[in-house]
Design a protein around this ligand. Structure first.
Ligand SMILES: [Zn+2]
Length: 293
């Protein structure tokens, strides 16, 4: 139903005097209106319909209450969706099919989590134990795990509870300093914005909670950071080898970066003996390093 059709139906509704006609028109609006904020504002259909809210006819008043409630929810959903920058721009008409009177309130399976996610905002009860420290740790794990995630609250709570439980067991079922330190470390790593892989691995159960709590900080590091560490490691190796090998400065090589020809180099057998030597070069001018064989 477009703006024009809605307006003409409203106009008929305002003229109607008998309950049968009013009900018929209200039902048409209920079935046909795809409630968007724009449509509701342009037609003022909500304002007109709302006048029948306290109608003596219970059938009319209850229908109106239901309609207004559905429309409000639909418009709220629309707003929530548009708040998300990554919205795919789905048309409100197709996603907000709440105009159907039989459509129940939006179920949790389609919930989009827009605000910051934490147990309170997600309506999750973390008070599993009599121990407030343990509950607080589950809460912190939950908030960390939920960072930039769309998983259902129950699933996140399950994983958070499992992690806490594994750490607790590991400390002989006591809240110790070790317990606190471990949970602090895990929480910090899990909420790292640059480490979505770690959350993904846990929430998709690629790694179990018991395996996770044995991970070193290096193992928890994001893939990019891991590569950085590897690179540093190789660089150190490069320096160590360079120091023990005889270095020679030559003008045979040109630095690709600064174009200088003052390059020191050494050669090494890095693979099997029948393959050519690898030449490691260092530009004496800018420090650029490269190798070839
Ligand atoms: Zn250079």
């Amino acid at each position: 139903m477009d703006t024009k059709e809605v307006k003409s139906t409203i106009s008929n509704l305002e003229k109607a005097i008998d309950d049968t006609t009013i009900l018929k028109l209200l039902n048409i609006l209920n079935d046909e209106v795809k409630p968007t904020e724009k449509l509701l504002r342009e037609t003022k259909v909500g304002v007109v319909v709302n006048k029948y809210r306290s109608n003596d006819n219970v059938e009319i008043s209850s229908l109106v209450k239901k309609m207004i409630k559905n429309w409000r929810e639909a418009v709220q959903n629309e707003k929530n969706k548009s708040k998300k920058p990554s919205s795919t721009g789905s048309t409100p008409a197709s996603s907000n099919s709440n105009s159907n009177a039989n459509t129940p309130a939006p179920s949790t399976t389609t919930t989009k989590f827009t605000g910051p996610r934490n147990p309170k905002n997600d309506g999750v009860n973390v008070n599993r134990y009599d121990n407030s420290t343990r509950n607080a740790c589950i809460s912190a794990l939950y908030t960390s795990l939920a960072t930039d995630r769309e998983d259902q609250p129950n699933h996140i709570l399950t994983i958070a509870t499992e992690i806490e439980s594994e750490v607790y067991k590991g400390e002989y079922s006591k809240v110790t300093d070790g317990y606190r330190n471990k949970l602090r470390t895990f929480t910090m790593n899990l909420k790292n914005k640059k480490n979505p892989e770690l959350r993904e691995r846990l929430l998709s159960r690629q790694i179990s909670a018991s395996k996770f709590i044995k991970m070193t900080p290096n193992e928890m590091a994001p893939e990019s950071l891991k590569k950085e560490i590897e690179k540093l490691h190789k660089q150190n190796l490069f320096d160590a080898q360079g120091a023990t090998e005889k270095r020679a400065v030559t003008d045979r090589f040109t630095c690709g970066k600064c174009k200088h020809k003052k390059v020191s180099y050494y050669q090494m057998q890095t693979r099997s003996a029948d393959e050519p030597l690898t030449t490691f070069c260092t530009c004496e001018n800018c420090g650029n390093r490269w190798k070839f064989s």
